[in-house]
Design a protein around this ligand. Structure first.
Ligand SMILES: [Zn+2]
Length: 405
């Protein structure tokens, strides 16, 4: 089967492999231990406990496939970034099924030896926060390795010496594809080894695979795939792995319209990784022109959740035109299973270069806000026009109603 046909079929039949008991936007340690317990019954998967987090939660690896090329993929090193953890279990489910994809499966399993570490930061996952139990950002701890979790990942990679490392994250909803208003559903990065962003053979291979991921995803979402900024971060795992000859691939799950619970970007992760495995399984992938990587538009942070344009604001005899950009913070409810949103005015002024996921042109409308204008918590306010139309902003969501006094 040619690759494009394969990716289209995988996309169409994804629901067969989706681990429906896992949410895409919140995954807890207890859920994955249950999944791994079930997986232990299957002969082709080897589950190992690698150690424990600061608060004593087990961190596991899942190994399968007998190929020569070694791949290490880890997810959720930031506890509040669970999308790829769910996607890794979809991929495990795919590789444990017996159906019309058997040719591709056995091809990949004969070429690749897979090692997945789903949920590197279970303590952060429990609290839905970025850092570990000490609030240390594991992805800024690759040099010093003070966190238990960092040591586990580093030691595993040192022993395995994988050819490829898949570093799986979620990014915020505000990234766009280049300077367009298209949100970046997935951003990809071949991390650099230094501040001048040199390209050695190891990084070149990351770029080649990433270009193929980009091509595969573009079949389905041609305007929503971006390249992450390649500023060198000396303390991160990706950059340090490349220095150690592991071709690293960063996949960031971002925002896609009408996909609040991230089920669609999870599906894109599934396709992205399988396309990468397909590419890596084919010997001639090293012939891909790596400079094509730079054709992928770089992402920019140009979005607000809500952008109100051209409001008039009166203060001490002056009349200004202002735009208001509102960002919503996603917070875990007390039940620790669902979310609510707290909003803040993130910026006021000329926001004409930005876009809103939701936006309104409110020319002719007047806003009442306390001065000085940069009141962070003033996310609840009213906008009036001649007393006939009222917009109410509550918790950052806009409510329009006619008042007709
Ligand atoms: Zn992250």
């Amino acid at each position: 089967m040619n690759s494009i046909r394969l990716y289209k079929n995988l996309f169409d039949q994804y629901e067969k492999y989706r681990e429906t008991t896992l949410n895409s936007d919140i995954v807890k340690h207890s859920e994955i231990t249950q999944k791994l317990d079930n997986l232990k019954q299957k002969n082709n998967f080897k589950i190992s406990q690698l150690g424990k987090s600061v608060e004593g939660r087990e961190i596991f690896s899942v190994e399968f496939g007998q190929g020569k090329t070694k791949i290490l993929a880890w997810s959720q090193m930031h506890g509040d970034e669970p999308t790829a953890t769910a996607a890794l279990f979809d991929i495990i489910s795919f590789f444990s099924t017996d159906d019309s994809f058997n040719d591709f499966r056995s091809f990949a399993l004969n070429k690749i030896n897979f090692h997945f570490i789903p949920m590197l930061n279970p303590d952060g996952a429990e609290k839905y926060k970025r850092g570990n139990a000490f609030n240390i950002d594991i992805n800024r701890d690759a040099l010093r390795k003070v966190s238990f979790e960092s040591k586990i990942l580093w030691n595993y990679a040192e022993k395995l010496q994988p050819d490829f490392g898949f570093n799986l994250h979620d990014q915020n909803s505000y990234y766009t594809v280049g300077r367009t208003n298209n949100p970046a559903a997935i951003s990809l990065l071949a991390p650099p080894i230094n501040h001048v962003k040199s390209i050695d053979y190891t990084r070149e291979q990351s770029m080649q695979v990433i270009y193929k991921i980009f091509e595969a995803l573009s079949i389905f979402v041609p305007d929503n795939i971006a390249r992450y900024s390649d500023e060198h971060e000396p303390r991160s795992f990706g950059d340090n792995f490349v220095k150690n000859k592991i071709s690293s691939i960063l996949i960031e799950s971002g925002f896609y319209k009408n996909d609040k619970s991230k089920n669609f970007v999870r599906k894109l992760n599934f396709i992205a990784m399988l396309a990468a495995f397909d590419t890596i399984s084919q010997i001639n992938f090293t012939k891909i022109d790596y400079t094509k990587y730079f054709n992928i538009p770089e992402n920019q942070q140009l979005l607000f959740d809500l952008l109100l344009r051209n409001l008039s604001f009166k203060c001490e005899g002056n009349n200004f035109t202002i735009d208001i950009g509102i960002k919503r913070e996603k917070m875990l409810d007390k039940n620790e299973k669902t979310f609510n949103y707290k909003s803040k005015i993130a910026e006021i002024g000329d926001l004409s270069i930005y876009y809103g996921i939701e936006e309104f042109d409110l020319k002719g409308y007047e806003i009442n806000l306390p001065t000085p204008l940069c009141v962070e918590d003033a996310a609840d306010f009213k906008i009036l026009k001649n007393g006939i139309m009222e917009f109410e902003i509550l918790n950052g969501f806009i409510n329009a109603k006619e008042v007709k006094k």
